[in-house]
Design a protein around this ligand. Structure first.
Ligand code: GDP
Ligand code: MN
Ligand code: MN
Length: 255
């Protein structure tokens, strides 16, 4: 028999949000346009969180360092853009064929997630929020309902074709569901499975939001039970088995 309770996930887009500007109170703007319920998961595109937090910059405000100049040539990028990427990053993992970096808040992505799509102005760029989990907490704290908040971004993925939504930060929901200790169909105990629930939900939300001119940066997911505590979004350095192999051998910590 199909358990309809387990299949009750519904997703809604919040319609009618304007172009977001620095200082906008996203939580209030969302609540004015959506009937939130306790337990909803509010997924918000990092683009609008960043706009509200005043993370838009002009390329003119960047003074490229020697390193930025050196990297920019082969990448065919504006050295000021490369400088912005370097300033938002705590580590550069690849300099070719693109800049793969670890952002200051721990997310590994291309170009530190700096975007020019859906950003007004020719020389304007949009940085990611400085601390997306802090942004999620701040938004959640203003809501009148007990909702979880996930700040999402569209990300490329190693090994897989196509982009997909991922969680950059969250509040009121744990990033991970821990299946360890539960039994599989054969009665064998699961030993390693940590499920990236926040990323899975960000993927659904990103699917609803679209990437272009939809004007729909917020999706509400309803009808889920989700973990409230536990886990991290990003591997700490010493547990990241891939990242260490992207470093030059001289910079690798011992295995
Ligand atoms: P990202 O995935 O966080 O990089 O965000 P995208 O640039 O892909 O945008 C996701 C969705 O938000 C798309 O439907 C965009 O049209 C929409 N969007 C982006 N900026 C704004 C804005 O300022 N206002 C509104 N209403 N929608 C926006
Ligand atoms: Mn983005
Ligand atoms: Mn997107």
């Amino acid at each position: 028999m199909v358990d309809t309770l387990e299949l009750s996930l519904r997703g809604f887009l919040v319609r009618g949000l304007p172009s977001i500007c620095e200082g906008d109170q996203l939580a209030t703007m969302i609540e004015e346009r959506a009937d939130l319920q306790d337990g909803d998961v509010l997924c918000i595109a990092s683009t609008v969180v960043a706009k509200a937090e005043g993370r838009q910059r002009s390329l003119k405000s960047y003074e490229p360092s020697g390193l930025a100049m050196k990297l920019a040539g082969p990448l065919n990028k504006d050295p000021r853009f490369v400088q912005a990427v370097l300033e938002e990053s705590k580590e550069v993992l690849l300099t070719h064929p693109f800049l793969l970096v670890v952002t200051n808040f721990g997310h590994t992505c291309v170009n530190a997630g700096i975007d020019r799509s859906n950003v007004p102005g020719d020389e304007q760029i949009l940085l990611l929020p400085r601390d997306p989990s802090a942004s999620a907490r701040q938004i959640r704290n203003v809501l009148s309902r007990d909702c979880a908040v996930i700040v999402t971004d569209t990300c490329g993925r190693p090994f897989r074709c196509g982009v997909a939504g991922a969680a950059l930060g969250c509040a009121g929901i744990a990033p991970i569901r821990d299946w360890r200790g539960q039994e599989d169909l054969q009665g064998r105990t699961l030993e390693i499975t940590l499920e990236a629930v926040a990323d899975e939900l960000a993927g659904i939300a990103n699917l609803l939001m679209g990437e272009a001119d939809g004007g729909t940066p917020v999706a509400i997911l309803r009808g889920l039970s989700y973990p409230r505590e536990g886990g991290d979004l990003f591997w700490p350095d010493e547990k990241d088995m891939i990242r260490r192999h992207l470093r030059p051998a001289s910079a690798r910590p011992p295995v």
